[in-house]
Write a protein that binds this ligand. Structure first.
Ligand code: MRU
Length: 347
């Protein structure tokens, strides 16, 4: 697999991102030297997917600390605060972004009395640790989740939750890859995922690369594909999970959770602990990103709606805990999905 996120060099290095907006037809890399470039890459979805956003932001912090050598500690701390505050505004829903930035701030805060250069080196170590841990969490989710899939299952998924969305094999796609590699003979139905087609452009591409049998469908076909008995499990990722297990994910996920329930199909959400926001009691207070109309009106590289057409473009919705059969985390499977069980498994 091509590397989605790579830090090049030492603490004064830069962030190389695979530009996901160019896939599946072109492989283009973006070299981000400044916080502005990292911010823009996150906002325009060159790098996307909750864990990948968190890892990129952690490295992105380093791009705002280039002047470290020449500064005193107070100025360094001010620069750190500025870059973290700035990057936190790039996208609102995936909590991994805030989780990673808070972790970088905390680590710097622990280095009382250390020289700016030493703190910067420590921050690079922390960003690397965030990346490595994410890879390990993906592998663990794959192992736990694969157990839930049965021989010959049809598995429906939404958006992109694979190596492009994380530092490892993915969240929901890690489960799919692990089940495939275990010889379970699964067949994946990938929703194309309007408006930005992460399913068609990225998931179908990743599944092909890994040799997983798959079929691409339009989002509007999910109900019928379930009714026809082709799907035995639905599995998605998440951008933020509240303490009660309500899970925000790419727009369309709520609908899938309702459909799965109606067809008595298990609905699984795979997400690492970095995606849980225990400060929110329920999904009602998860901030939902609103994106530009042009994503709907010019979705396929050409105008597909009349001029001045009014649109509504929420990028995420929330699947309620009651519709989720189980949450798959790196620490284990949470089932049934209750606040008590979330706390128990996450510790
Ligand atoms: O807008 P995107 O492409 O960043 O949305 C991504 C998703 O909704 C994923 O399903 C989610 O981040 C979880 S998986 C890594």
């Amino acid at each position: 697999m091509i590397k989605t996120i790579e830090w090049i060099g030492e603490a004064d290095g830069h962030l190389r991102l695979l530009d996901q907006t160019a896939l599946p037809t072109e492989t283009v890399f973006l070299d981000c030297e400044t916080p502005e470039q990292v911010y823009a890459a996150i906002q325009r979805l060159s790098v996307r997917g909750a864990p990948a956003i968190g890892v990129s932001a952690a490295y992105g912090v380093l791009t705002g600390l280039r002047e470290a050598e020449s500064q005193d500690r107070a100025a360094f701390d001010a620069a750190l605060d500025k870059v973290c505050t700035y990057l936190a505004e790039s996208r609102p829903t995936a909590v991994n972004l805030f989780w990673a930035l808070d972790r970088m701030r905390r680590v710097a805060g622990e280095q009382t009395g250390a020289e700016p250069l030493a703190v910067r080196n420590r921050l690079l170590e922390e960003a690397r640790a965030i990346e490595i841990e994410d890879r390990e969490m993906c592998a663990a989710m794959g192992r736990f989740g694969a157990e839930l899939l049965n021989q010959g299952d049809g598995v429906l998924t939404h958006c992109n939750t694979g190596a492009l969305a994380t530092a490892g094999d993915g969240t929901a796609l890690a489960v799919i890859f692990a089940a495939h590699e275990a010889g379970k003979g699964i067949h994946v139905y990938a929703d194309e995922t309007r408006p930005l087609l992460q399913g068609a452009r990225l998931t179908a591409w990743e599944l092909q690369q890994r040799g997983v049998p798959s079929t691409l469908i339009c989002d509007s076909m999910a109900a019928w594909v379930m009714k026809e008995g082709r799907v035995q499990a639905v599995i998605t990722g998440s951008d933020r999970i509240a303490a009660n297990g309500d899970a925000a994910n790419k727009i369309g996920t709520y609908g899938l959770s309702v459909l799965a329930k109606a067809h008595k199909i298990p609905f699984y959400v795979a997400a690492p602990s970095s995606t849980f926001d225990m400060s929110l009691e329920s999904g009602e207070s998860i901030p939902i990103e609103q994106r530009k109309s042009i994503e709907i009106t010019n979705g396929f590289g050409k105008q597909t709606a009349p001029d001045n057409c009014q649109t509504y473009n929420p990028a995420f919705d929330v699947a309620p805990a009651e519709n989720i059969t189980a949450l798959i985390t790196e620490k284990g499977v949470i089932q049934p999905v209750t606040t008590e069980n979330v706390k128990k498994v996450l510790g």
